[in-house]
Design a binder for this molecule. Sequence first.
Ligand SMILES: [Zn+2]
Length: 389
Amino acid sequence: MGSSLRLFRVWGIDVRVHWSFVLILVYGAFIYAGHSNPVVGALYGIVVILLLFVCVLLHEFGHALTAKYFNVNVPNITLLPIGGVAQLERMPRQPFQEFLIAIAGPAVNFVLTLLLLPVALLVVGLGVESANISSLFTYAQTRMMTPSLDGLLVYLAITNLALGLFNLLPAFPMDGGRVLRALLAMAMPYVRATRIAVMVGRMMAILLAFLGLGGNIMLLLIAFFVYVGGRGELEAVESRYVLKDIRVRQALNADAHQIFTSETIDKAVDLIMTTYQADFPVFDLGSNFVGVLTRNRLVDVLRTHGREGRVVDIMIPAQEVPVVGADVTLADVWDRMLEARSRVVAVKENGRFLGLLTLDDISELIQVVGAAKELEDRRAAQRPTKAAL
Ligand SMILES: [Zn+2]
C-alpha cells in the first residue's frame, strides 16, 4: 500500500486512497461522456464514481467500527479500484465476533439500499405515465445512464444492493467467505474451518475468473486477489495452530550470545559473522538488559556510518522492545510482534531478563514443528476415530 494518499483521519482510522483510483474516475468520465453533452456527461460520471466509493467507504466503516467495538485496532482503510480494504490489526478468535465484523460491511450496503430505493422509485414513478412494473423498469434503466438526480438515486440503490450481494459470495477472504469460515468454526476446529472456506473460495475464484475472461478485468483482479489472499491467510492460521501449543520458555535459546554497551560495532559485526545469531541482547556493565542490537539495524548503520562507534549508540533501547512473560504461548508472542511492529521481544520473568525471541526463531519453529504436526495429523487421519461429529 506504499503508493496511496492519506485523505483524512476519523475515529483513529486513516482513510487512504490508492493512486490508481484516478484511472477509475477517468473511466467513469469516459463512460458517461458519450451522452448529449460530453462535458456534463463526464462530470456526472465523476460524481457517480465518487458517490459509489463513498458507499464502499461506508461499507468498510461497517467492518472497522464493528472491529473496534470488539477492541480490534483498525489503523487504516484504503480505497482501491477493486473496492476498499479495512486493515484489522488482528482477527478476533471468537467466530461470532468475526461473523459480525464480516457481515457488517454488506449490511451497510443493504441499509443504504433500503433508504435509497423508496426515494428512487418515488422520483422515477413520478416520471412514468403508465403505472406498471415493466414500464417503470425500462424507464429507470434509461434514466440511469442520463445525468439526472433520479438516475443517480436508482443507480446508487441498485449498486448498493449489488455490492452487498457480491461481497456475500463465499469467496474467502471476501466477506461472504469470512462469514462461512466463522459459521464453520462454530462447529469445528478453526484450522479445518479455514481450510474448507479457502477451498470453497478457490472454486469461486476459478468461477469468477471464467466470467472475467469475457472481458471484465475487475472480476479477473478479484479472482486473483481471492486465490492469493486465501492461501496467505490459510498459512497464517496453520502457523498459529502450530504456535498455540508452544510456550516461550520452551523456545528460548539458553546459550545466546550477549553484547555489552561499551563494545565496538566492529565486535558486533564479528559476532554476527561467526555465530549465525542475528539479534543480540545488549547489557550494561552491571549486567542489566538495556537494549537489542538487530542485524537489520547493524546493516543500516554499516551502510551510513561504517564500523566506527559503540554498540550503545546504535542499539534499540530496551524501552522500545515489547516484553512478554515466559509462560505465554508463541501465538500470543506473534500477535504482540504484529501489534508492536517489532521483529523481536524480550522475555522477562519477575523483572529478570531471560532472553530474546525473534521472528526468525518463530518462523524456524513453524517449519520444524509444523512438519512434525502434519505427519501426526496424517497418521491420525488414517486411524479410525472414536468420536464422530
Ligand atoms: Zn467488506
